[in-house]
Design a protein around this ligand. Structure first.
Ligand SMILES: Nc1ncnc2c1ncn2[C@@H]1O[C@H](COP(=O)(O)OP(=O)(O)OP(=O)(O)O)[C@@H](O)[C@H]1O
Length: 617
């Protein structure tokens, strides 16, 4: 039986409520005054033209927030959002002017049509990434312009449509300004909530690393689809406002140029920031309008401003200011470790303490408790070829609950590929594999994670710009208590326990990119645990770990095994492997050359010749 990985001080600390919390965003402290100032502006700036320009800024800002949901939070560069806005605007115009539909029902229909158009675009393109997606969005914008231009019976073609009605009750320029401000405030509140919700966290995980996100159980395609639909709905809100403001609409509003303009607002202001799109729209539209009198120089000045901002404010105006502020605040802030002396967090085992109960690792949410000895995973004749290279060849493997199983072999033996096959990251293999009685062949990565297969990667795959705790919160999303069942502790103490198990408590508030490689390894293990796996695939978790850290991780793995977890361990450190594993599989050039107990393996002449001979020399 393993020794406890939890000490009395650790438990006492947990009981005392010294739990690290996800940093609370203060962005609303900036945005509330900005909205308040906006609300006061028409009292100061009374000119019809000026109020009109301010209204246009608000409308563009609404659309820019919609765009930022996919640009800043998902990393998809879309030039189709102006087209989505225009589709909504045309819907309102056509319904009100041609079919006599009331303004408000037409506005609702406009939002729906924009959302559906966004859903169509998303459905067609969500599996493509990076520039493939951008080119698709470009094509969508171009096709929208062509359809609007050619469908003359409905849209009046290139001539456009005049005399668009104003929203009833909001006929004056000032009233339209306030209506736009109300809509913008709703959008801001929605963005604030979305970016802090599970959806927001999952979007950031996908943005950072799609493979990692899927390994955490996140359905990448469905999440992208959801985000794009919400994004289109937000842009849809701007459609009717835009139509009423402009009072004369042509197909050019859907053009790629307009799509780029929206992108510029977000990038100049600062993507993935709450104030960014509004500040960007104000800056760009403001400068453009201010220099309207000099048409010759207007474009030059506009380009100059864009260029200067991008040169001196990487991350946009708001993003750069936010980062500078965060640096100052970090210097001022007392280190989070202060409340918990380092010596205490490093406390090693305490024979009397016993492990802190981890009810979350029990199988109650999966139906039944772990039964040591019961076969959980079985693979038969797994084969994976990369062109002419057979990375894994006819490998069979069985894993029982409560076992740590070693997978060893020289470099290029096929160990990581084998993990890829099991976790689903590597496709196109033959053979059969089942987990908890379920065939894995057709299951995507996220479904396997949901089934209980957790993994770490040979090279750290983490959310580098987020804190340790934020990484764990994202990783634990499948098991976050619903709002209804929430008590005072949003994470039910589970992530808190993982921080203690991995020894990362003192680092909980630190950004992952600033941690040492070994700390990052432990974050990876913690994230895999947050998925609450029944089987854990660890790809060289001890590589790069200090000698002093090795025993802690060994004890953690033993403890997890004693909880009934299966651990598949790829490791080159034979001492660790010999001590932890009950069974070892040896691969060489993709083939299984031996299997057995650690003692059998180290004395097997084939293993000595292929791997250990050189390794132990
Ligand atoms: N994406 C890929 N495309 C082509 N060949 C690949 C790919 N991934 C792995 N291979 C090849 O498959 C074989 C097995 O590689 P794999 O990374 O699984 O070995 P490994 O045992 O994990 O090695 P290491 O200990 O160095 O990580 C190697 O010959 C490798 O070059």
């Amino acid at each position: 039986m393993s020794k406890s990985v939890m000490s009395k001080p650790v438990m006492a600390r947990a009981a005392a409520g010294l739990r690290p919390r996800e940093p609370r965003s203060r962005e609303w402290l900036v945005i509330v005054p900005i909205v308040a100032i906006c609300a006061l502006l028409p009292l100061v700036v009374r000119g019809r033209y000026e109020v009109g320009v301010m209204t246009l800024i608000l409308i563009y800002a609404i659309a820019a927030y919609g765009l930022d949901l996919v640009l800043g939070h998902l990393g998809l560069v879309s030039v189709a959002h102006a087209a989505l806005l225009t589709v909504g605007a045309y819907t309102l115009v056509i319904l009100t002017t041609k079919y006599g539909v009331g303004y408000w029902p037409a506005a609702v229909a406009a939002i729906l049509v924009s959302t559906l158009a966004g859903l169509l675009l998303a459905g067609l393109t969500m599996r493509s990434r990076g520039h493939y997606f951008s080119v698709s969005s470009l094509a969508f914008a171009a096709v929208t312009v062509v359809v609007i231009t050619q469908w003359t019976s409905l849209t009046n073609g290139a001539s456009g449509i005049y005399a668009i009605p104003a929203p009833p009750g909001f006929e004056s320029t000032t009233a339209q300004f306030y209506l736009s401000l109300i809509v913008l405030t709703v959008v801001l509140a929605a963005m604030f909530l979305i970016t802090r919700s599970t959806l927001g966290r999952n979007l950031r995980a996908i943005h950072a690393d799609e493979v990692l996100a899927a390994s955490l159980g996140i359905n990448v395609v469905a999440t992208k689809l959801k985000a794009f639909t919400v994004s289109a709905a937000i842009v849809g809100l701007a459609g009717p406002l835009f139509a009423s403001w402009i009072s004369y609409i042509t197909p050019s509003s859907a053009s790629i140029t307009e799509g780029f303009n929206l992108l510029i607002y977000v990038i100049i202001g600062g993507s993935a920031t709450l104030a960014g799109p509004l500040v960007g729209a104000a800056l760009v539209v403001g400068v453009t309008e201010a220099f309207r009198f000099t048409e010759l120089f207007q474009t030059l000045i506009f380009s100059g401003v864009v260029f200067l901002v991008l040169l001196f404010f990487r991350g946009g105006v708001v993003g750069s200011i936010g980062r500078a502020w965060a640096r100052v605040a970090a210097r001022r802030r007392r280190p989070e470790t202060a409340a918990i002396p380092e010596a205490e967090t490093e406390t090693e085992t305490d024979a009397d303490a016993g492990p802190l109960a981890l009810p979350h690792l029990s199988r109650d949410d999966r139906g039944e408790p772990g039964r040591p000895g019961q076969v959980l995973f079985e693979a038969r004749s797994l084969t994976k070829k990369y062109g002419g290279v057979t990375a894994v060849s006819d490998v069979s493997l069985t894993a029982r609950e409560g076992e740590i199983i070693g997978v060893i072999g020289p470099n290029g033996a096929g160990k990581s590929t084998l993990f890829g096959l099991i976790s689903g990251v590597v496709g196109g293999w033959t053979g059969s594999a089942s987990f908890a009685g379920q065939d894995l062949q057709k299951l995507p990565v996220h479904e396997r994670a949901r089934l209980g297969i957790g993994r770490t990667f040979q090279t750290n795959r983490l959310l580098a710009d987020e804190t340790v705790l934020q990484n764990l919160i994202t990783a634990g999303y499948l098991h976050r208590p619903t709002r209804k069942s929430r008590t005072t502790d949003p994470d039910d103490g589970f992530l808190d326990t993982i921080l203690d198990l991995t020894g990362l408590r003192a680092k909980a508030g630190e950004v992952v990119s600033g941690l040492s490689i070994e700390e990052q390894k432990l974050v990876g293990v913690g994230m895999a645990l947050a998925v609450r796996p029944r089987m854990l695939l660890l790809d060289e978790p001890f590589a790069g770990l200090r000698e002093s850290e090795t025993p802690r991780l060994m004890r953690l793995l033993e403890w997890l095994r004693d909880q009934g977890m299966v651990i598949l361990l790829v490791e080159h450190k034979m001492r660790v492997l010999m001590s932890l594993c009950s069974h070892v599989y040896v691969l060489d050039s993709g083939q299984l050359i031996a299997e057995g107990s650690p003692n059998q393996i180290v004395n097997d002449p084939r293993v000595i010749s292929a791997y250990l001979g050189t390794k132990n020399a």
